[in-house]
Unconditional design. Sequence first.
Length: 329
Amino acid sequence: MELRKDPITRSWVMTGDDAGEPSPRNESTCLFCSDSSLQVIATAPNTPGASWSARSLVHPRPLYHIEGEPGRRGDGIYDRMHSVGAHEVLVENPRHDRHLWNASDDEIAQFLRLAAERILDLKRDPRIKYVSLFKDYGKNAGQDFSHPTSQITATMFVPRRVLYELRAGREYFVSKERCVFCDIIQQEERQAQRVIEARGDYLAIGPYAPRVPYESWILPRNHEASFERTGLNKPGLRTNLAALLRRTLQRIRTVTEEFHLVLHTSPSSLHPSKNLGYWKTIDEDYHWHIEILPVLTSKARSYTFKEVYYSPVSSETAVKQLREAKIEG
Ligand SMILES: [Zn+2]
Ligand SMILES: [Zn+2]
Ligand SMILES: [Zn+2]
């Protein structure tokens, strides 16, 4: 597999002829419950009855490899490079049945802290431009492992959606000298039509123009470009975020069990690029957030027709339903 850049949208894609590795779903024993030979990178502090509360491991079938040179090269008008970077599995909980929606806020906060540590650590590698944290849950979402896990990839490029957000955030800032996300938060809190829940310094909302039904975002109410800064420095904030994440997932699970979750945080500032130049104002114009995209197979048109997102449940209706959903607490 290699990375190729679309010269028109300037987004990188991973492509090649996959050899078709054995499917992980046939495993009879859980890789993460049995103390396997997987390489542990970092561990979060102990919880009673377990030697660790969350930990990160090298992905058993990594998409990106830390060794080697990217070998970025031109091919006429095209650009390509090897998939150099990092790919880790974040085990959210030692217990196989404790997910982000039924674990304790403390356990989820430990996971968030480990995630922040890993992002910060990977950003110290000057080759790395961006670190993504994501979770795919459910067969139709492309779930990898049955154990509660998220994944981290560290790449030498900024993923497409984040690049769009960074460009848009910078343009908005140039004309208004304000953060577009802060303005969204202000208007949403004022209008109160698409607010799912506010908890301490965090807000869960349905975006004005959802890509899929019941799409939900979690954002800090106060401006902050990087998740890892909040995630590491303020334990009280982390607990509020854990509770809001847990409760939002519970609400979504009243509609569907399957979802994609992705954390969007600022890119690495160690890797300044001459042509984009967004980091001069990045701390002011970007605002980290979590996006949750539920997978509803019954509304599958939104997934087969991607040129224009088609979301046959309005954000206002979705938010009303999520807000009123009966959740465990
Ligand atoms: Zn397990
Ligand atoms: Zn902001
Ligand atoms: Zn985003």
